[in-house]
Structures are given as C-alpha cells and as structure tokens.
Design a protein around this ligand. Structure first.
Ligand code: NAD
Length: 355
C-alpha cells in the first residue's frame, strides 16, 4: 500500500496509469500543491520493478516541491515515470501518457527528464497542453544554459563562503560532465578567469572544452582525485558516495547533477572533511525557473524577456549564501538546512491559505 511506503511523504495524489493497448505503465506523483500547481519532468526508465519506479517517483516529486519552494516559484512539486526501456517507448505510449496528464486538468505540467527527447514532449503535447520546456516555448531556448547560470552563481556564493573569494579568477574547478549544463558552465567560469579540469565519457566533448577553453582533460574516474578548489558534479546523480568523497581534495562541492548524494554517508563525510556542499536542488533550479516562467507567460498570453528570467536565476547566489549562513547558525549541514528551509516555506504557504 502506497501510504505505508517508506518514501511516502503525504503526497497529495499518486496516480497509477495503465493503457493496455499501448502497453503503457506509468506513475504520476503530485507531492504538494500548497504553493501552486505542479511542474516536474517525466522520466522514462527500464525500472526493475514497479516498487523501484514508485520509490523513484515519490522521492523525485518531493524534491521538486523543495526545489520550487527554494526558488521562490508559485509552483508545487510533482514528477512522473514511465516504466519502459527508453529505446522501446512508442508514440502510442506517449499519447496515452499525455491523456493521463490531461485528466489532471493542469494540476501537473510535465517536462523533459532522463529517457525523454524533445520530440517525445511534442508527441505528448498532441494529447495535452500541460507540457513545457520545449525550445520553441517562451524564450526559445532549452533550459541547460539557464541551469548553468544558476550553478555558476551558486558556485560564487560557495567560493565566497568557504574560500573567502569574491571572484572566481584563478580558482581551480574540476568539472564532471561537459553536457548541456557543464559546457556553458565551463564557458562562464573561464570568462571569469577560472582554471578548469574536465572529465566526460564523451571524448569529443572534452576535446571541445580543451580547444575552446584551454581545459585540462582527465579520465572520468580520475576527476575525484584532482587537486582543485571546487568539484562541480554536472553529469549523473549519485556520484558523491562513501567510495568517492574520501578521494576529493577540494574545499567546495557545487554542481548541477540531480540527487548528487548517492548514500547517507556522502553528506556526513563531506562535512567531516570540511568540504562545503552546495545542495543540488538549490543551485540547479535555473532550468525550472525558466520553464515555470514559460508556463506563467503562456497562461497570461505574453512572453517574458531573457533579462527577466536571468534576473530571477541570478538570485540563486543570494539564496545560497543565505542558506550557508542559516546552516551555520542552526548547526546543520547545508543539505539539511535546505530541506528545513523548503519545508518552512511550504508551511508558511499553508498558513497563508488558512488565514
Ligand atoms: P547531459 O546529458 O547534456 O550531460 C551530461 C554529461 O555527463 C554527458 O556529456 C555525459 O557523457 C557525461 N557523463 C555521464 N556519466 C559520466 C561520468 N561518470 N563521468 C563523466 N561524465 C559523465 O545532461 P545535462 O542536461 O548537462 O545535465 C547534467 C546534470 O544536471 C544531470 O544530472 C541533470 O539531471 C542535471 N540537471 C540538468 C538540468 C538542465 O537544465 N539540463 C537542470 C537541472 C538538473
């Protein structure tokens, strides 16, 4: 029973979706709508079991509530998962998923996540208008560069707090992953005079970073051993764990990857080593800010300028600085302080409704 599930956190709705004709099996979890209707990506993954999919969607949807609350957005958190090998997903499945999302009447707007391509979103949009994050919407860009902008500002706050530096000039950053976020992040850091070491599984990408920005390249597994000031995980989740954190030689960890803490030990180990961790969902909210503003602009029939969106993303720097101060004051690790701050914001929203 979902109510007894260890990751059930008073989720408002958990919808199990089945479409026998297309073979679709999916779950939509709407975690919390106190601050507004929800936005959250749709992940397509070959989960080993229904329970594994349920665990993922319950955890991810709660994370979206926290991310939106910390970014001061009038949105709640949700997520959906399609249980299927991404290579085997079909147009019929996506249309059936679109119909299921449509039945929620705008309570949940979906976006891209692992295993989904832009064209998949376009297919879903044939069945529901509640789809966002396509380059043709709003600003006409994908979220990656705005996520990178937010991470860059989070990194600045962390460098000031832990390294006592107001600028990233001459700061050495080890970047894991040079994709849609890591690439533009490196570009911005180099513009500030930072030194970059980069690793990516994709050889062509690292060569591009080497040629365009003078980045030093290391093998993927060697990135944890680089003697740098900051480690920026911008590849996949879970790369900080009991095996990798002991190898880190940096004073700060700040990057874009979702769910960076791979196990319970990771946060404690970083804290014990004196590494300042900038919680992932606080500094990687730039893309969500962009798609949220797209949704609001579409609803009100106008388009927001890039300046307005960037101004909101830039505020991640102050928010991250505020979080570090609060964590120190309360004697908490930054990730615990962030969860506490997010929960407080939702609770305040609830009080406002009750008043
Ligand atoms: P991406 O797929 O464009 O880039 C990820 C890169 O990491 C790829 O080039 C891949 O080859 C590389 N990679 C994978 N495993 C690696 C490893 N073990 N070592 C080194 N490199 C590895 O993805 P992205 O859009 O740049 O997102 C990066 C991370 O940030 C993801 O975790 C994503 O969930 C998160 N995120 C992205 C956005 C966004 O707007 N794109 C927003 C929030 C969070």
């Amino acid at each position: 029973m979902v109510f007894e599930h260890p990751h059930f956190d008073d989720h408002e709705r958990v919808v199990f979706v089945r479409d026998a004709d297309s073979g679709l099996r999916a779950i939509i979890a709407v975690h919390n709508t106190v601050l507004g209707p929800t936005i959250g990506g749709c992940r397509v993954r070959a989960y080993a079991s229904g329970d594994e999919a349920l665990t993922d969607v319950l955890k991810l949807s709660r994370g979206m509530t926290y991310k939106a609350a910390m970014a001061d957005l009038p949105f709640g958190g949700a997520k959906s998962v399609i249980i299927c090998d991404p290579k085997k997903k079909t147009r019929e499945m996506l249309l059936a998923m679109g119909r299921a999302i449509n039945q929620l009447g705008g309570l949940y707007t979906t976006a891209e996540d692992m295993g989904m391509e832009e064209d998949d979103l376009r297919t879903m949009r044939r069945a529901t208008p509640h789809v966002t994050g396509l380059p043709e919407d709003g600003l006409g860009t994908s979220p990656g560069p705005l996520t990178a902008l937010g991470v860059y500002h989070g990194l600045r706050a962390a460098a000031r707090h832990r390294l006592g530096k107001n600028s990233l000039a001459d700061v050495h950053v080890a970047v894991q992953g040079a994709g849609h976020v890591g690439g533009p992040l490196i570009e911005q850091l180099v513009r500030d005079g930072a030194r970059i070491t980069v690793a990516d599984m994709d050889r062509a990408l690292v060569e591009k970073m080497q040629q365009a920005f003078g980045a030093e390249v290391v093998e993927p597994d060697a990135i944890y051993d680089v003697q740098a000031d900051i480690f920026a995980p911008c590849a996949i989740g879970g790369t900080l764990n009991a095996r990798t954190v002991p190898r880190l030689k940096t004073k700060v960890v700040a990057g874009s990857a979702n769910n960076q803490l791979g196990d319970d030990e990771a946060g404690r180990l970083m804290h014990d080593k004196g590494i300042l961790y900038a919680p992932d969902y606080v500094i990687n909210a730039g893309g969500l800010i962009k798609v949220s503003l797209d949704v609001m602009a579409l609803r009100h029939g106008r388009t927001l300028g890039r300046d307005a969106v960037e101004a909101k993303v830039v505020r991640i720097e102050d928010r991250t600085a505020e979080l570090f101060s609060l964590a120190e004051k309360r004697g908490l690790r930054p990730e615990d302080a962030a969860d506490e701050m997010a929960r407080e914001r939702v609770a305040r929203g609830k009080e406002a409704w009750a008043a």
